[in-house]
Design a protein around this ligand. Structure first.
Ligand code: AVJ
Length: 354
């Protein structure tokens, strides 16, 4: 993901009704326009992956996770299903049973990104089994994603109270101080979107917002054979292609662009040097595209493509075994335990603040 302007929106969602919503909306629109203008005027052309997740894109992503080729979601779910109880127990008592025998700290679960809760649910259920109830704090820039998550989880999982936080955790990580022990979930291989230096910064930022005893659960995708990796990002049903192309449809809808979707092709390539899957949109022809809604003081933006030129839309980094623990340690965490699947395709790492 590319550095974007800071959007500071850390407030409880409960106050949404009194907060000036149009102001937030215009900040988001401004952030979108800036990212698109910068990305399409750079060489090589690029667009940041957070642009994928409008309503249509979020739906397409959920569909991707159900494609047979997209192994990460079901692999991570399997790992969590097998180990949720132990993850909760290790986080609840990291300093030994004796210290907290009379007054054990309560655990609350803070999640970076308001997941659609399939995997989160396993950990919430384990926490409820462990301590009766649990407070769940999803953190996301999207208030609507948080509302959906809150409704679904409060309806579906007994014993869970949801307290959403609107915050851009890629730029800041500041939550209300609490005597509760926090377990921060950063699962789904979301960290894979970041260049290594950005991932390091993000983890350090999270670390500095936590206190002694708190935990971080990190889900990362591991390097495997190229055919498996590429197929996961170029499924036969074409859902990932639609997900990638929806970016252009979104620019047509929201920024008055005239991208002709049929003139672009989805590409997924393995960059072994950088250890990442790259997604691109490749122009099938030489063409000029206009963006009329960027608000450049009456000026429209013309974007020229040569035949075969691409827009780089996403990186998804894949790690070697042991690397996630190194990253966690470098960010000031103490790695506790790592779980993986039988094929070693995906890793879930628990770390804590000493
Ligand atoms: C949500 C960033 C984890 O990199 O696998 C899936 C996004 N892009 N298919 C990933 C994605 C294309 C996904 N993450």
């Amino acid at each position: 993901m590319h550095p974007t302007e800071r959007v500071t929106l850390a407030f409880p969602l409960d106050r949404m009704t009194t907060f000036p919503l149009p102001a937030i909306q215009s900040q988001i629109e401004h952030r979108l326009a800036t990212a698109v203008r910068e990305g399409l005027t750079s060489r090589p052309k690029r667009l940041p992956p957070w642009l994928f997740y409008d309503e249509a894109g979020s739906r397409l992503f959920d569909e991707i996770t159900e494609r047979p080729e997209y192994y990460p979601t079901r692999t991570e779910r399997g790992i969590l299903a097998a180990n949720a109880e132990r993850i909760i127990a290790l986080t609840a008592q990291p300093k030994g049973v004796r210290q907290f025998r009379n007054n054990p700290p309560r655990l609350r679960i803070t999640e970076l990104g308001a997941g659609s809760a399939g995997k989160t649910r396993l950990l919430l259920a384990a926490a409820v089994a462990h301590q009766g109830t649990v407070l769940y704090e999803p953190v996301d820039v999207s208030a609507s994603a948080l509302e959906t998550a809150r409704d679904r989880i409060e309806r579906e999982i007994a014993g869970v109270a949801v307290s959403p936080r609107v915050m851009d955790y890629t730029h800041e990580f500041e939550l209300a101080a609490t005597s509760d022990r926090r377990l921060v979930l950063y699962i789904g291989s979301s960290i894979g979107n970041f260049d290594p230096w950005q991932a390091a910064e993000l983890l350090s930022g999270v670390r500095s917002g936590l206190k002694s005893g708190d935990g971080l659960l990190l889900g990362v995708d591991l390097v495997k054979d190229e055919a498996t990796l590429v197929a996961a990002y170029d499924d036969a049903a074409g859902v990932t292609a639609d997900f990638n192309l929806n970016l252009l449809a979104r620019l047509n809808r929201e920024l008055g662009a005239d991208f002709y979707l049929e003139s672009f092709e989805h590409r997924a390539v393995w960059n072994a040097q950088e250890s990442r899957i790259e997604m691109h949109l490749e122009s099938r022809i030489a063409q000029r595209v206009w963006l009329t809604g960027l608000d450049l003081g009456g000026q429209d933006l013309a974007v020229d493509f040569t035949r075969g030129e691409t827009i780089h839309t996403e990186n998804s980094y894949k790690y070697q075994p042991g690397q996630p623990e190194e990253m966690l340690a470098a960010a000031g965490f103490t790695p506790v335990e790592t779980w993986t699947d039988a094929q070693r395709w995906f890793a879930v790492c628990l770390a804590r603040v000493a």
